[in-house]
Design a protein around this ligand. Sequence first.
Ligand code: GDP
Length: 641
Amino acid sequence: MRVYEIAEKLGVTNKEVLGVLHGCGEIVSGHMSSLTDEQEALVRSELQKRGDAIGKKSTAVAHRKKGGEKRSEKPPFIIRPMTVAAFADYLGVPSGGVILTLLRQGVVSTKNQALSKDVVASLAKHYELVVAKKSAAEKEAVLGEAISPQEGSDSRLPVVVVVGHVDHGKTTLLDFIRKTRAVSKEKGGITQHIGAYEAKTDHGHIVFLDTPGHEAFSRIRARGVGVADLVVLVVAADDGIMPQTVEAIKYAKDAKVPIVVAINKIDRAEASKIEIIKRELAQYDLLPEEWGGDIVCVPVSAKTGEGVDHLLEIIALQAELLELKADDSRQAQGYVLESRLEKGRGAVATVIGRHGVLRVGDLFVCGKVFGKVSSLVSSSGERVDSVGPSIPAVVAGFSAVPEVGTLFEVVSSEGLRQAKDFASLSGKASSDCRQAGTEEELVLIVKTDTNSTKEALLESINKLISKDKERCVNIVQASVGAINESDILLASGTGATILGLHVKADQNVSILARKKNVSILLSEIIYKLLEELEILFDRRKKVKLIKKKIGEAVVRKVFDIKGSGVIAGVYVKDGIFTGNGEVVAFRRGKRLGGGKIQSLQRDRKIVKEVHKGFECAFLISDFTDWQVDDTVECVIEVPEK
Ligand code: GDP
């Protein structure tokens, strides 16, 4: 009997069995080790003897674990620029309290005021917040540390990556497992190649990453992400350890991910080769367990399927030892496994979650990209409403194609807005537009009645953009259906304008849009919508303004009115003075100063403008040193052209 078998039989953990054996001086390496009859008897009697005590102890341990893993406290606070309201939100106190604290620190603020990182840091210190070590931006670079695989109290499936030298049989092995064990087969679904799939074994389900080669693994690893919980190292029995095998061993070791070795192609190699491979493995510090190490080597044939079930069993057992956990109650977090641009659906990505349940409609941030989950498709090609941790799914609704390996996080609409702010504050715009030094992008949400209308509209928008390189759009979402409240919330969170072709927004939605200051452009005719879009583009073009003199006057009287300020009474000699203009004062040809007109009056009445030949009086913001006979010019800003 093997360690895990007796553990299962006696209803204890592998660790407990190993503990008993080691305690009695027996040399047993791991849960896969076979026990002699004597060792088996020893385990039974020892466990029986200590039965009571062990029972109590393990309950105590279980209790402690549960308490320790329940994370009811807040996640650590991330210091980044944010509004007073957002900070107060995090604290769970009214904004007023934060405003007062800031005031005491000499910072005058309002609820919606954006605070710099330094001010946020001092607030965090004041409120004694537990501060996250990394900022959101830094977090991106060290994703491996971003999500702990062991946190939480809900169990999750193991995620396995298959690596090894080219032609050693990785693809064949993954295909064999997919053909014989994929969950979609049971459900009658058609497996989609989404970069990962779920396999069913007698010991539970396992998720396999199946991006060809170890490309994904190394790309993901390059960003410091340990997406996989376990590595299956495929070594062809007839070829032995090759350069990419060594590289893969290094990856796995660096990522501190346990390794199971599959010695492949045993159908065509002599049995003696298996021993040779084990010896080679030992040279790379992978000591097979039958030699006292902890590496399980399973001889398989990916072609005939021989040994594959045993391999799956070993993977499941190893995974069990890892005690992989997730926290389902948290907002979903995971990693991007694959990403691409899909016709009709825009940017999509396969996301594999670590914590939380990801649902259609969730808003998310993913590195420099963001969006709203518009659909979720499982590896069996089914549309689903939600997916839990470890289950891969294709997410649609990205604002742009995210990079592989990027952390994917569900956020509130405020969080999304902040992430956008943060992206622009840290100079990382959400699209390439700003990087190219062009105009700021136009953020859009596209809603249409059918998929074909949507494609037509998206194509036309593309054409419109290509006409002018200054034009740049960021379509956060393009979907079919009437405009609804969550579209408005997404628009409000992202600063998007909603374009609706052949669709409507009902009254409640329109009211919400007004409240949230979201513009909706609706039309039944595509070119009308495009015309409106053109206008929007033109409006966004930064118009260069220049100052233009429109009138000249001379000061006739100066009134110093207590409480109000110094008022200049003038006679307009030329042109016109307007209430929205600025004035510049001159004395004997020398410029004295000036400022914006605060109130322009004629005969004690506030007026918009005063023409040549009339008298008027005004107060300006920054200048009070008036004298009779000073010359005053009225200037306004006008577009350069
Ligand atoms: P990869 O580059 O590691 O993905 O290797 P492939 O899965 O593409 O396999 C390379 C070649 O080895 C293909 O021709 C496979 O048919 C063959 N092959 C893979 N596994 C086995 C096996 O177990 N036995 C035999 N005889 N051939 C295998």
